[in-house]
Design a protein around this ligand. Structure first.
Ligand code: AMP
Ligand code: ZN
Length: 136
């Protein structure tokens, strides 16, 4: 993908403050940080989102994410770490090359909005679980 920002970072055509690099993944700091240490972990090949991720890349990117989360915690002294990962426009994705945000969090930082809590009930839960099992 010639124009993809993250592909250009992988190729070294755009600058990035890199944290980690291996065969399948690259981690670097987000240019717009929620808190200092806000990192992104990407897969090196151009994969648009999680729906196109194969098992090898999925395993590799989560392994790197776990390592980066530990590094973020150790280096920033944050109180917690939140992972955020968006897919497609409706999912809030703005860069269409798979990535996981690693967000340092602080007590009461109120960084992320959360969805309203409501329980659909066991029957609806079981029905949805069956629908998901059928396509897994
Ligand atoms: P998302 O909205 O989940 O797709 O996240 C895309 C993220 O990429 C945003 O948080 C941007 O700040 C970040 N981003 C965009 N361009 C760059 C860049 N050149 N270097 C580092 N991070 C970037
Ligand atoms: Zn790309």
């Amino acid at each position: 993908m010639d124009d993809c920002i993250f592909c250009r970072i992988v190729r070294g055509e755009l600058p990035a403050s890199k944290i980690h690099e291996d065969e399948h993944t690259l981690a670097f700091l987000n240019i717009v940080a929620a808190h200092p240490g806000h990192a992104l972990v990407i897969v090196k090949p151009h994969v648009a989102n999680i729906l196109d991720l194969d098992d090898t890349l999925a395993a590799a990117v989560f392994q790197t994410t776990a390592r980066v989360a530990k590094a973020v915690k150790a280096a920033t002294g944050c109180d917690g770490v939140t992972l955020f990962q968006a897919n497609e426009v409706a999912g809030g994705q703005t860069v269409f090359h798979f990535h996981i945000h690693v967000l340092p969090r602080y007590t009461n930082d109120k960084l992320l909005p959360f969805w309203p809590a409501s329980s659909p009930g066991r029957e609806a839960l079981d029905d949805m679980a069956a629908r998901l099992r059928a396509v897994l």
